[in-house]
Write a protein that binds this ligand. Sequence first.
Ligand code: PHE
Length: 340
Amino acid sequence: DLDATLQRIAAASDLTTLDAERVAALGKSGWVTALLKTLGQMSPEERQVRGPEIQGQRAAVADAIEARKTALETAELERKLATERVDLSLPAAETPRGSIHPVSQVMDELAEIFADLGFAVAEGPEIESDWYNFTALNMPETHPARAMHDTFYLEPDGSGETRVLRTHTSPVQIRAMQKHGAPIRVIAPGRVYRSDSDATHTPMFHQVEGLVIDRNITMGHLKWTLETFLKAFFERDDIAIRLRPSYFPFTEPSAEVDVGWSMENGRRVVGGSEGWMEVLGSGMVHPKVIAAAGLDPDEWQGFAFGTGIDRLAMLKYGMNDLRQFFDGDLRWLKHYGFNA
Ligand code: PHE
């Protein structure tokens, strides 16, 4: 039995076969185990003779199994070393990396440019009260300008206060003046909402508001600030701007700001003055707005401006469909994405 077992162990071609041999000999009902059990019924004299013999057989089987196991494992390792290899000349697998969305990129650029001019960044809620979004900005309930905003209204919450998704970043003017008083210099970038959708309008888009309140602020300061900002943003010195008289309830006088464009390589780019396009709304903050925010309009005055961030991004980076900004198409994001 021992010789046969040792032969089979030596011939086992894999670890599974080898383990079957171990069970057949040393397992619970293996033949070596059965022999070991007979020791109990033997006389002491007989046991003295048979004991070492049986233990010797058990050790021989265990040693043979161990030796065969090592041999099989070594063979397996050698086989792997011979057949599997790593080609160190292959290019490494690419790890996908995130990138900055163009809107975030432009918001960062704006914050940086205006920080150099001494502007801090202010914030306000996207769910805004009717008072901040309209009334405090000199648009009482019956004001016709309200109709132009395509406002999303929220369900009444029982507080008696009408809530809206803010239609512009101008309510942050009021919040910033209330919080910090005057003098103040802030920009307020963020999401705004209007019920409108086509290639150049999405129901959610981004604006940046600018506000300067101090003593003796004039439209000259406004014009210089916008010119300086547009030059820095479009990274060109040949930026021409034009202020056209306009109307906003919260500024008086109000001006729409056009920037000059010209054709370069068949594309319309900002710079020069072959034509004009509107990029900003602006004006001197209306005394009623300053008063609504709790400041004395006889002491404080200033200017405000507002513009679409998405629009600025399109002009600077040559995009043509606003809706793609918010589609989340990875190919588009990859094409226009900026590295952190
Ligand atoms: N809030 C205006 C808009 O959304 C822009 C604006 C801001 C105009 C500040 C004047 C002053 O169109």
